[in-house]
Design a protein around this ligand. Structure first.
Ligand code: NAG
Ligand code: NAG
Ligand code: NAG
Ligand code: NAG
Ligand code: NAG
Ligand code: NAG
Ligand code: NAG
Length: 369
């Protein structure tokens, strides 16, 4: 009962009094011994939250009393457990070592622990710091956002861990970029369409591997028509008019001929529309098809249009070759020397067989008579 009483009393003075009763601490504050090597507690102990820590204290046979303290609270004196914490266990109590284990360490266990011994009536202490690490964890991060071009964007990423994790941001899509922020805030003022993509927040500390999370930033902008070319097609052939537009969200396309809107149901005509382009296909171009076509791309931020002319050309002649092919055909494949060598060695051979045949025929004719 007396022992337990000492433990639960919160007042430092009474705790010291308890220690004094145990002859572990002399009058006055416990001080580090002049003999720095004894007792020898291990260096600072670093463990991850949830792991077990062993606090070792090397002693020798001059020692008469031993104790481990958490700050000023006694955990063990010899084989006697004072701590009511069932995570605290005695692992070695021998002439050479007095060691305890703290299981399932948590952050509040971090701090100084003292191995205290009594040798020839002299108390001595050795101190070890228990350092508790916690892997980084992202506890709060901005959600995916959709903004209009030119907006100011702020992303936040809050991470916990011990030691305090370092947090940074970088862009990982459409291509991987360097860091765009070295802390938990990423501010982009006047965002452009090129800055759209995936941004990754990374939190790292010594406790374990870094952790990362992505935020998708979508930047809306009005349509911009990048390709719309006038096209020449011979009568009776297939003709294609194409209009390409970039926009976010993707544009809706429509086609006009002069003032008339073209529909999917047009005779001899097909309209193919994808996210970024629209294509008119004329299966068999007639005179009536020639003319001025207008492609209109529209999304909620605006619209753009471009006019393209479908015009007639005479049927292409087969003879026309692209310049690259012409050049390639003129390039000699062998040097003149190689050709010369070949003809030299073979010059008399082709004459031989028919001369031999004629001789054989003459012999044959002669022998028949
Ligand atoms: C042990 O930890 C304490 C507190 O963090 C620090 O002041 C001291 O320098 C450390 N000692 C060693 C040997 O690392
Ligand atoms: C050590 O002391 C701290 C502060 O009083 C306490 O929160 C923690 O539970 C103690 N740890 C052990 C293992 O006794
Ligand atoms: C964006 O931030 C700039 C300063 O960085 C400020 O001048 C501007 O007014 C902000 N724009 C909006 C729409 O908040
Ligand atoms: C294209 O139309 C013309 C006139 O209507 C017709 O004579 C011709 O056979 C058609 N060609 C094809 C490939 O359908
Ligand atoms: C085609 O039509 C558009 C719109 O109607 C007009 O602005 C443009 O000048 C026309 N192009 C030609 C070559 O006539
Ligand atoms: C684009 O077309 C879709 C479906 O036809 C329609 O729901 C949407 O409102 C259109 N958007 C615009 C900006 O016209
Ligand atoms: C085409 O764009 C011009 C301005 O660039 C606009 O005045 C015109 O109304 C547009 N035409 C259509 C059919 O949207």
């Amino acid at each position: 009962m007396g022992v337990t009483g000492c433990l639960v009393l919160p007042w430092r003075g009474l705790v010291v009094l308890c220690l004094r009763l145990l002859f572990l601490v002399p009058a006055g504050v416990p001080v580090r011994s002049g003999d720095a090597t004894f007792p020898k507690a291990m260096d600072n102990v670093t463990v991850r939250q949830g792991e077990n820590a062993i606090l070792r204290c090397k002693i020798d046979n001059r020692v008469t009393k031993v104790a481990w303290l958490n700050r000023s609270t006694i955990l063990y004196t010899g084989n006697d457990k004072w701590s009511i914490d069932n995570r605290v266990l005695l692992v070695v109590n021998s002439k050479a070592e007095f060691s305890i284990q703290i299981q399932n360490v948590d952050v509040y266990d971090e701090g100084p622990y003292t191995c205290s011994v009594q040798t020839d009536n002299h108390p001595k202490t050795s101190r070890v710091h228990l350092i508790v690490q916690v892997p980084p964890r992202i506890v709060e991060i901005s959600s995916n956002i959709v903004v209009n071009e030119g907006s100011n964007v702020s992303l936040t990423c809050v991470a916990t861990g011990r030691p305090e994790p370092t947090v940074n941001w970088r862009q990982v899509s459409p291509k991987v970029q360097g860091f765009v922020s070295e802390d938990e805030y990423l501010d982009i003022s006047g965002i452009t369409r090129e800055q759209a993509g995936l941004y990754q927040c990374t939190a790292a500390n010594e406790a374990s591997e870094p952790v990362a999370q992505n935020v998708k930033v979508t930047v809306n902008y009005p349509p911009y028509i990048s390709v719309a070319k006038n096209t020449g097609v011979p009568l009776g052939q297939k003709g294609v008019l194409q209009c390409e537009a970039s926009a976010m969200p993707h544009a809706n396309f429509s086609w006009y001929k002069e003032d008339r809107r073209l529909t999917e149901a047009e005779k001899g005509l097909r309209v193919d529309t994808r996210d970024t382009f629209s294509r008119l296909t004329f299966f068999n171009v007639t005179e009536q098809d020639f003319g001025n076509y207008t492609c209109v791309a529209i999304n909620k931020l605006g619209n753009a249009n471009a006019s393209v002319i479908l015009y007639g050309v005479s049927a292409p002649t087969v003879a026309t070759l692209p310049p690259e092919e012409t050049t390639a055909a003129l390039t000699p494949l062998k040097g003149p020397g190689a050709v010369h060598d070949g003809s030299n060695s073979a010059s008399w051979v082709p004459g031989c067989p028919w001369q031999v045949l004629l001789l054989l025929l003459l012999l044959h004719v002669t022998l028949q008579f």
